[in-house]
Design a protein around this ligand. Structure first.
Ligand SMILES: C[S@@+](CC[C@H](N)C(=O)[O-])C[C@H]1O[C@@H](n2cnc3c(N)ncnc32)[C@H](O)[C@@H]1O
Length: 349
């Protein structure tokens, strides 16, 4: 591991301290936004604060948010981008909760031009054109908050190779440092079996001092181990820098309150800028993913059609219409093949 890691120049403790006044200023609006978003389980108030100061400290030109959900982190990064001035936010999610639920509520809190730095895309991370997004990027802050091995493979095998030459920082949510957490949360299996899932579930895994319920915890331990790369714990940094008797800690608590200032973080960070030698990346086969997603979509459509047929909602008129289209060869080849397969397998007429 490198001794003078560049990503260590930006730490949550330094960020808290250096931007404590900006954070105190943001606090009333942050509290209003948090109330409007109303999903504290996805990002706690102290994590709002920590992400906000990390963005101010790192000064990215581009913030890429993987997983917007209802939009806690989206609010944080958009506020930070507004304060930084020349920073934009690309936020990605499959869902539309941000536009449908959150935006109407927060329009009453922020001015219209607050949304300007933000591009809230409804897009699949697995197939997004990141190379174009990074074309004119300077410093990139990547917030990794979408789960699963496929996304991990995309981050490690597609996104990181595209930003390794740029100054960047990757913040990973949903990973706890068990050294700073009550053992009852990270030690006993309790009622749970082994962690075998992909998403945040009740069972957790324990990898050394990392405790997590999300697949990317495994992927990042594998990746950083192979590359002998530091994976920094925000909890460790905060507990070490603001240990008992720290005068800075007392001032921060006083200024920010217990909700906004906490030594507990539950996130990790890393950067390939620390690497002294070429990095090894997992293969990410874009074409293979695309084919799989198309197949999954077709299966979903077929299941929906099956449900529709079984509810006998297909009227005689609709059946005649389908027959006409088949006769006129208006369906794509794969669809017709499916029908032929069905007829062949339905036995003698
Ligand atoms: C834990 S939530 C994000 C929470 C959010 N960062 C916050 O602070 O409120 C994870 C999100 O990742 C999104 N997601 C999962 N897979 C995705 C994919 N392939 N492409 C885009 N978004 C995806 C999910 O729709 C979900 O909203």
């Amino acid at each position: 591991m490198t001794k003078t890691a560049k990503s260590m120049a930006v730490t949550p403790s330094r960020a808290y301290w250096n931007h404590r006044h900006a954070l105190a200023e943001f606090r009333p609006r942050a509290e209003e936004l948090q109330q409007a978003v109303d999903r504290v389980g996805d990002l706690s108030p102290c994590q709002w604060a920590q992400l906000f100061v990390m963005a101010l400290e790192f000064k990215p030109g581009l913030i890429l948010e993987l997983g917007r959900g209802i939009g806690n982190s989206t609010c944080v990064f958009t506020e930070a981008a507004n304060r930084l001035g020349s920073c934009s936010v690309i936020s990605m999610d499959l869902g539309d909760s941000w536009e449908k639920i959150t935006v109407p509520k927060i329009r009453k809190i922020v001015p219209p031009d607050w949304f300007q730095p933000l591009q809230a895309l409804q897009a699949n991370i697995l197939t997004f054109d990141f190379e174009t997004a990074f074309k004119n990027a300077g410093r990139v802050l990547l917030f990794w908050d979408a789960h699963g091995f496929d996304i991990a493979e995309c981050v490690l095998g597609r996104i990181l190779p595209a930003i390794e030459h740029l100054p960047h920082l990757v913040i990973m949510h949903d990973m706890t440092d068990a050294r700073y957490c009550e053992p009852k949360y990270t030690v006993p299996y309790g009622e749970n079996g082994l962690w075998k899932g992909v998403n945040a579930e009740s069972a957790r895994m324990r990898l050394g001092h990392i405790s997590s319920a999300v697949a990317q915890a495994i992927a990042i331990v594998d990746f950083t181990s192979r590359n002998e790369l530091n994976l920094y714990s925000a909890d460790h940094d905060l507990h070490t820098e603001f240990g008992s008797g720290s005068s800075k800690k007392a001032e921060l608590k006083d200024l920010l309150g217990d909700e906004f200032f906490s030594l507990n973080a539950h996130w990790f960070w890393f950067s390939l800028n620390d690497m002294a030698r070429p990095c090894t990346f997992p293969r990410y086969d874009y074409q293979e993913i695309q084919t799989r997603l198309t197949m999954e979509e077709k299966i979903r459509e077929a299941l929906e059609l099956d449900k529709l047929m079984s509810r006998e909602q297909v009227t005689l008129r609709l059946r005649l219409k389908i027959a006409t289209k088949v006769l006129l060869n208006r369906y794509p080849k794969h669809f017709l093949k499916g029908i032929i397969w069905d007829v062949v397998n339905s036995g003698p007429a």
